[in-house]
Design a protein around this ligand. Structure first.
Ligand code: RB5
Length: 153
């Protein structure tokens, strides 16, 4: 299940992402917003991010104007690794190296076709694990308030 969240600026792109998910046969849960009325992106970031962090959804896609505000908000939820991506390489690497569990897209900076390509690549790419696994675990340690080995040296 893919968790979806957007604000008013991201809504037109989110409609395209929903159509893409339908074509790919991937189920989603839409946490809003549902109208063009101006709204606060942190609300929708937190709704979708909690669904991922709590295991109700495997991964999530967020859209706002730039992809930045909604990714910053999502990354405040423990367990979320949200990558704001504007190119296919970053989207792929955010999965392969960082095991990003959320993708943020900027509706005002990306054309529809490019955004859809980024989302499709992100959705179909697996985490490599291996030597990247401990690095992802270090991110979780920072989240728990731990100081990583070597930081205070
Ligand atoms: C909304 O106007 C805009 O600020 C928002 O969509 C996003 O770009 C924030 O980062």
């Amino acid at each position: 299940m893919i968790a979806l969240g957007c604000d008013h600026a991201g809504l037109p792109l989110m409609r395209r992402i929903k159509a893409l998910l339908e074509r790919m046969g991937l189920p989603y849960e839409d946490f809003g917003t549902y109208t063009e009325e101006s709204c606060d992106y942190p609300v929708y970031a937190q709704r979708a991010a909690l669904a991922v962090a709590e295991g109700r959804c495997e991964r999530g896609i967020l859209c706002c104007g730039t992809g930045i505000g909604i990714s910053i908000a999502a990354n405040k939820v423990k367990g979320i690794r949200c990558a704001a991506c504007s190119d296919a390489y970053s989207a792929k690497m955010s999965r392969v190296h960082n095991d990003a569990n959320m993708l943020a897209l900027g509706a005002r900076v990306l054309g529809d076709a490019k955004a859809e390509m980024i989302a499709e690549i992100w959705l179909t790419t697996d985490f490599k694990g291996s030597y990247h696994q401990p690095r992802v675990e270090m991110i979780a340690a920072i989240e728990r308030g731990e100081i990583l080995p070597g930081v205070r040296d």
